[in-house]
Design a protein around this ligand. Structure first.
Ligand SMILES: Cc1ncc(COP(=O)(O)O)c(C=O)c1O
Length: 409
C-alpha cells in the first residue's frame, strides 16, 4: 500500500504531454513541441569549459552539504551587485535544482497541517511539493484583468492562524507577470505584519523585460528576515540538466536546510557547482543575449496569437511562456476540461504540443513556450510561429465543436 502522501500527488501533466509527443515523434510524426519549460540554448561555452576543468582538477569528491564555499561566495557577490542584497556564504544553501531548494525550504519551515498560500495560476510543482512536506496548499485565484497579480486584499483574505508562508513567483511561470516594487512592498508588509514567510521564487529574474527587477528581500531588513529567496542556474544560464538551485535566507534556516540536505542528498554535484561559479562570474553577456532573443520571440508570438479568432493574451513581462486565454471557446467545446480538450486535439490533429492551463490552476488558458526554434534565426522563428498559429486557428475555428459566434470573441 502506498503512503497517503504519495496517493495525494497529481502526476505531472507536462511530463505526460511530453512523453506522448516523444512517442508520436518516434512513430514518424513531425511534432512541434511547445510544452517544454527550458531554454533552447546550449549552456554557455565558459560554463562547459569550467565543468570539464572541474573534472580534470578532480573536483569529484564529497564536499560541504550546503554547497562549495567558492560558489556560495559567488552567489553572495551576485546578489549584492545585481539585487542590492547583502548575504554571507553561511546564509546560502546550494541544492540540486530550484525544485529541491523549494522542497528543502518547505521541509524546514512547515509543519503538518500548516497552510501555504499559492497564487493561481501557479507553477504546477508548488502544490505537490507543499503536499509532500505535509502542509496544505491554499490557492488564491488571481485575475486576468489584473495581469494575474495577487492583490493585498486577496492575500489578507487568505491568511488565517494556520498560514505559514506564501509563495511569490516573480516573474511568474506560466503567466509571465512581474510585480512592480510598490506591489511587492504592499504584499511583503502584510506578510511581515502577520509573521508569515515569503518564499520568493525568482528563478526567471534574469529573463525580465522591464527596465527594473526588484528582488522582494531587498525592500527592507524586516522583509529580508521573513524571505527565503529561491533562485538557480537552470533558466538564466541554460543549465537545466546540471541541476543547480540555491536559497538565501537567515543563518538559522540555512543551517537547518543544510542538515536536511546532508541526510537526503549530501550535496549537489560538485562538478556542476564549479562550472556554475564561472557562469555567475563571466556569463553576463550570454545571459543578456538570450534575453534579447526571448524578447523578440515574445513580441512576435504575442502578435501572432492575438490575431487568432477568440484568443487573447496579456503580454508577459518575464520568463519565456505565453499564457493564452481560450475561454471564449468554453461553451462550444463541450468538454469537462476546455484546456485539456484543446491541447489533446492540438497534439493529435495538428501535431503541436501545448500545456493545458488546468495544470496551472486555470482551465481557461493554455501555455505556449515561446522558444520555438533551436537555432536563433528570428525570421525562421516567425515563419514557424505563423505555421503553428495557422494550425491553432484551423483547430479552433474550422472544427465544428469549437466554432464560436463573432459576438463572443
Ligand atoms: C517557477 C519555477 N520554479 C522552479 C523551477 C525549477 O527549476 P530547476 O530546474 O532549477 O529545479 C521551475 C522549472 O520549470 C519553475 O518554472
Amino acid at each position: 500500500m502506498l503512503s497517503n502522501k504519495v496517493q495525494s500527488l497529481t502526476p505531472s501533466l507536462t511530463l505526460g504531454i511530453s512523453s506522448k509527443a516523444k512517442q508520436m515523434k518516434k512513430d514518424g510524426i513531425a511534432v512541434i513541441n511547445l510544452s517544454i519549460g527550458e531554454p533552447d540554448f546550449f549552456t554557455p561555452e565558459a560554463v562547459k569549459a569550467a565543468g570539464i576543468a572541474a573534472i580534470n582538477n578532480n573536483y569529484t569528491k564529497y564536499d560541504a552539504a550546503v554547497g562549495v564555499i567558492d560558489l556560495r561566495q559567488a552567489i553572495c557577490d551576485k546578489l549584492h551587485s545585481e539585487n542590492n542584497l547583502s548575504y554571507t556564504p553561511d546564509q546560502i544553501v546550494v541544492s540540486s535544482g530550484a525544485k529541491y531548494s523549494l522542497t528543502n525550504t518547505l521541509l524546514t519551515i512547515a509543519n503538518s497541517g500548516d497552510e501555504v498560500i499559492i497564487p493561481a495560476p501557479y507553477w504546477l510543482s508548488y502544490p505537490e511539493i507543499v503536499k509532500l512536506t505535509g502542509a496544505i496548499p491554499r490557492f488564491v485565484e488571481t485575475d486576468f484583468t489584473n495581469n494575474f497579480k495577487m492583490t493585498v486584499d486577496q492575500l489578507k483574505a487568505a491568511i488565517n492562524d494556520k498560514t505559514k508562508a506564501v509563495i511569490i513567483n516573480n516573474p511568474s511561470n506560466p503567466t509571465g507577470a512581474v510585480y512592480q516594487k510598490e506591489e511587492l512592498l504592499a504584499l511583503a508588509n502584510v506578510c511581515v505584519e502577520n509573521d508569515i514567510y515569503i518564499i520568493a521564487d525568482e528563478i526567471y529574474e534574469r529573463i525580465c523585460y522591464l527596465d527594473n527587477f526588484t528582488s522582494i528581500a531587498s525592500l527592507s531588513e524586516a522583509i529580508k528576515e521573513k524571505t527565503i529567496l529561491v533562485n538557480g542556474m537552470s533558466k538564466s544560464l541554460s543549465m537545466t540538466g546540471w541541476r543547480l538551485g540555491y536559497t538565501a535566507t537567515t543563518k538559522e534556516i540555512a543551517k537547518a536546510m543544510g542538515a536536511i540536505q546532508g541526510h537526503l542528498v549530501s550535496h549537489p554535484c560538485t562538478i556542476s557547482q564549479h562550472a556554475a561559479i564561472e557562469g555567475l562570474k563571466s556569463c553576463a553577456d550570454d545571459i543578456a543575449n538570450m534575453k534579447r532573443i526571448y524578447q523578440t520571440r515574445r513580441d512576435e508570438a504575442t502578435k501572432i496569437i492575438s490575431a487568432i479568432d477568440g484568443l487573447s493574451v496579456v503580454q508577459p513581462d518575464g520568463a519565456f511562456y505565453i499564457f493564452i486565454n481560450v475561454g471564449a471557446y468554453r461553451e462550444k467545446a463541450n468538454a469537462e476540461s476546455l484546456s485539456l480538450k484543446i491541447c489533446d486535439d492540438m497534439l493529435e490533429k495538428q501535431h503541436v504540443a501545448l500545456v493545458p492551463g488546468i495544470a496551472f490552476g486555470n482551465d481557461d488558458f493554455i501555455r505556449w513556450w515561446s522558444c520555438v526554434f533551436t537555432v536563433t534565426f528570428c525570421r525562421r522563428q516567425v515563419v514557424l510561429g505563423k505555421n503553428i498559429a495557422e494550425r491553432f486557428q484551423h483547430q479552433l475555428c474550422f472544427n465544428r465543436c469549437y466554432k464560436i459566434t463573432p459576438s463572443s470573441t
